[in-house]
Design a protein around this ligand. Sequence first.
Ligand SMILES: Cc1cc2nc3c(=O)[nH]c(=O)nc-3n(C[C@H](O)[C@H](O)[C@H](O)COP(=O)(O)OP(=O)(O)OC[C@H]3O[C@@H](n4cnc5c(N)ncnc54)[C@H](O)[C@@H]3O)c2cc1C
Length: 277
Amino acid sequence: MSSTGQAPPNIGRITYREHLTPDLAILRMQPADGSPVPDFKAGQFVALGLQFAGEDRVTYRAYSLSSPPEEKRYFEFYIKWATEPVMGKFTSALFGMKEGDDLYWRKPAGVFTIEDRKSDGTPDTRRLVLVASGTGVAPFVSYALHLKNIGSERQVVLLHGAKYAQELGYRDILEKIAMENSNFKYLSTVSRPDDELSRGWQGSRGRVETLLTGGDGSSQLENAIGQKVTPENSIFHICGYQGTIDSVVSILTPLGFVTNRNKRKDGSFDIKIETYG
Ligand SMILES: Cc1cc2nc3c(=O)[nH]c(=O)nc-3n(C[C@H](O)[C@H](O)[C@H](O)COP(=O)(O)OP(=O)(O)OC[C@H]3O[C@@H](n4cnc5c(N)ncnc54)[C@H](O)[C@@H]3O)c2cc1C
């Protein structure tokens, strides 16, 4: 404990950095004292902190963990450099850092995790439909790796939308899991397919919500699972930008789905949300 009575902040070291594009990176950080990372649940986030010159307080920002809880050597993050409309304070500093540099971190937190039980206490065996835009895929990578590690047989469909094909982070890993496990499906789409960063892209075009709507009555999601989605057979988790969340919720609400932010009287819900701001 310090003289203020507060535990000293945790210090972490950047051990790995991989760029998908100049402003999109996978980073790994390990506790600087060499200890294993603390226990956490797939889907939780870690607040990373930096001390800016001339400021008394450390500035923290939340970042979802993309690594699974079984990975004790490091935390992995999938981070976009915020550049518009103005340069982001934290990410501009973070993208200037290199392997070996230190930063502060707070222990994992958050409730954007997989529910095993419904509000009435009965097991929740519904299919998990995970909808992500951009770096919102990070917690779902942690889910997918965790479910694989524990040999779960839960049905999972992951829908990921990005601007460019090159920004479909973790695509190789997710496609491999889908190939090896018939319970896991991965659908991806690109909203700027004609850009240089999407060169060679032959897959779906449009934002991620287009995978939930279909001209002929059934969507790409429903074609993939061979069934209409209902609150009885599917629970949705949505992560990413507010626009994506609003669009997906507006598609699902007429189908009878209810979000965790607006639960039914009995506490039940069929959509769980995490907004990145
Ligand atoms: C639970 C949670 C998990 C998250 N997980 C991730 C993750 O896995 N990966 C990830 O990349 N991000 C994630 N985020 C977002 C992350 O926490 C930061 O918000 C993000 O990195 C931007 O931080 P920043 O300091 O660089 O930008 P900030 O400086 O905080 O700016 C944020 C936005 O506001 C704009 N802005 C700032 N100042 C102004 C101004 N004066 N006028 C107009 N616009 C302005 C910036 O251009 C930027 O778009 C998560 C957020 C939450 C809440």
